[in-house]
Design a protein around this ligand. Structure first.
Ligand SMILES: [Mg+2]
Length: 224
């Protein structure tokens, strides 16, 4: 942690996760997983065989299996799975809100000439509901619809970095889930876990985060 403080002046770009990091959404991931598991089962696939608890990876695994049978069947499945998870995401967005200091955080970082981007596994429609003026506060927002491979695959983070003209070694990835730390490490950035979501500090220590803060807005005390 001390070495991070010494080197923080090298941070020129910050990439944020959205849900739990900049906004409170309360997506019911259990409900989402069950809805997808049920749909997958209706296509004759046992969801437990997919060996992942992450909904997007479950969908993608089932799509691969179905594609071997029929491209049309796989396409129909993707459309139904997308509808099922978007319904839950939109419900959460309707009741979601930005954290109190999110606009201040993004605007102040911009005034300090730190480039900011947001990457999220959520859909663009839900993000827009919670943060309608997002592009006026943050120039680059990459939702799951915008990339082939979502985080923790580094393509998601690199897509945002390329748009911002940033480089991994001067970048900090900030998120409320160990998956965000893994994403940063996969892309070669430095990483910061925030405790404003559902994950405890220990999860970020185990994930190897360079920095852990109570909330993203606390970065304003560190990145000057
Ligand atoms: Mg999150």
């Amino acid at each position: 942690m001390a070495s991070f403080i010494v080197k923080q002046s090298a941070i020129k770009t910050i990439i944020f996760d959205f849900d739990g990091t900049l906004a409170k959404l309360n997506i019911d991931f259990h409900q989402m997983r069950e809805a997808v598991r049920k749909l997958i089962l209706s296509y004759g696939i046992d969801g437990n065989e997919l060996r992942t608890d992450y909904v997007l990876e479950m969908i993608s695994g089932a799509e691969t299996i179905l594609n071997r049978q029929s491209a049309e069947k796989a396409k129909k499945f993707i459309s139904e799975a997308t509808d099922a998870i978007e319904k839950i995401e939109m419900e959460a967005a309707d009741h979601g809100e930005l954290f109190g200091r999110t606009r201040e955080l993004l605007n102040t970082l911009a005034s300090r000439e730190i480039s900011c981007g947001i990457i999220t596994r959520n859909c663009a429609k839900a993000v827009k509901i919670v943060f309608p003026d997002i592009l006026s506060c943050c120039p680059v927002v990459v939702c799951r619809n915008d990339v082939k491979k979502v985080k923790p695959h580094p393509e998601h983070l690199n897509t945002a970095l390329n748009k911002l003209g940033g480089s991994p070694r001067n970048t900090l990835m900030v998120g409320d889930h160990p998956l965000d730390i893994q994403t940063g490490r996969n892309a070669g950035t430095r990483t910061c876990g925030v405790l404003s979501g559902r994950c405890p500090k220990d999860d970020f220590i185990k994930a190897g985060a360079d920095l852990i803060l109570p909330q993203a807005a606390d970065l304003l005390d560190i990145i000057k």
